[in-house]
Design a protein around this ligand. Structure first.
Ligand code: SF4
Length: 375
């Protein structure tokens, strides 16, 4: 289940030809070379596809017209398309995007609470990496969809492009925390990062991109070996294997010890501070003992802890847990954070952005009003 594909997913073949949207710069150069064109045509295409966001070859003004016609006869440029938008009272926006095969995914745009001259200081996009997810975390709505398929690099980068085109303000940060486990789609996620962070794209700096994982150790080690410059967050949510196994079945395969040694390896290679994500559940993982264990564990490498209030989902009464999943009262969440700070842990208390439109952490699942089903 958590094997990381080594092969690049080839451009999606359609009746009109493969989709070039999602090819990296080197791949576009290769595509041009294999069609008998000079490699610099690949550089020009890269500019038009990702910097300018064109949807047809006729818009590529500096390409000779016969070349545009040849490309249009052989290839397509296909983006995910926004088909619905919801706005939260706190400014969060949730987008439903339709893919070429009719599948849907969700993407969320979150303005920071702090402002500069009336504009949010940061504008963060939360993107999906898979249609659904196979990992079955008990607190997550996406798990109910199961895994339909991995997203291609174009479908991942396309979420950023489509949403950026819908907003006047520049998107400053990107998190891989939407639908899916990004390290199960390693190749395509990293290709989308390569496109996004390329100087020709003028997208987002690697230091403003965070990949969040449920703890896939092979992927964590691979990021370290490849010296990836993006930031890493690990969804922890429990400080004992016993509870974590129940909340996140992937813990049976990768228990805490294994995750911690992968994180130490990652830190030794990258010297980059990591983030522990910790959703608080009333009566399950919010005791003083949990805070002490969390502090001890988090200090194994330079890190910070993000405390996230639990956001209710339809199935908050999973089998195998002694209690229903509920958020502790706010005062208790603040007390838990205070205990951690007292133990010299850097703590961030995350807000519940987009809760009223089911756009908060763990709430993404594509539901259809007509059937109530997922696709
Ligand atoms: S929390 Fe993340 S890894 Fe777990 S089921 Fe949801 S999307 Fe998948």
């Amino acid at each position: 289940m958590d094997q990381i594909p080594n092969q690049h997913t080839p451009p999606t073949a359609t009746a009109a030809g493969p989709n070039l949207f999602g090819e990296t710069l080197e791949e576009l150069r290769e595509t041009c070379a294999s069609s008998g064109l000079p490699r610099f045509r690949g550089d020009q295409l890269f500019h038009w596809l990702y910097r300018r966001g064109v949807t047809s070859f006729t818009e590529c003004a500096n390409l000779p017209i016969p070349l545009r016609e040849t490309l249009a006869a052989q290839y397509v440029i296909r983006h995910p398309e926004i088909v619905q938008e919801q706005r939260s009272s706190d400014g969060t926006r949730k987008f439903l995007l339709r893919l070429a095969d009719g599948r849907d995914i969700e993407t969320v745009l979150i303005p920071s609470e702090s402002e500069d001259e009336g504009q949010p200081r940061r504008l963060t996009i939360c993107v999906s990496t898979q249609v659904g997810c196979p990992l079955d975390c008990k607190f997550c709505a996406t798990a109910s969809m199961k895994l339909k398929r991995n997203l291609t690099p174009g479908e991942i980068f396309g979420q950023y492009l489509a949403v950026q085109q819908r907003t006047d303000q520049r998107i400053t940060n990107l998190v891989f925390m939407g639908m899916g486990e990004p390290l199960l789609n390693y190749e395509n996620v990293m290709r989308s990062v390569d496109i996004l962070t390329h100087e020709k794209t003028e997208g987002i700096a690697a230091s403003h991109i965070t990949l969040s994982t449920a703890g896939l150790v092979e992927g964590i080690r691979r990021m370290a070996n490849e010296e990836r410059k993006i930031k890493l967050a690990v969804s922890l949510h429990a400080t004992t294997d016993e509870l974590r196994r129940r909340l996140m079945p992937i813990n049976k395969k990768h228990p805490l010890d294994e995750i911690l040694s992968a994180i130490e390896y990652y830190y030794q290679h990258t010297r980059r501070r990591i983030t522990w994500e910790y959703i608080l559940f009333d009566g399950l993982n919010d005791s003083e003992l949990d805070a002490r264990r969390l502090a001890r564990l988090s200090r194994r490498v330079p890190s910070k802890v993000n405390i996230i209030p639990f956001h209710p989902i339809a199935s908050a009464y999973p089998d195998g847990l002694p209690l229903a999943l509920l958020s502790p009262p706010r005062a208790h969440i603040e007390e838990f954070a205070r205990q951690l700070r007292e133990m010299r842990v850097t703590v961030m208390l995350r807000s519940s952005s987009g809760k009223d439109i089911d756009a908060a952490c763990g709430q993404l699942a594509v539901r259809h009003a007509d059937t109530g089903g997922v696709r």
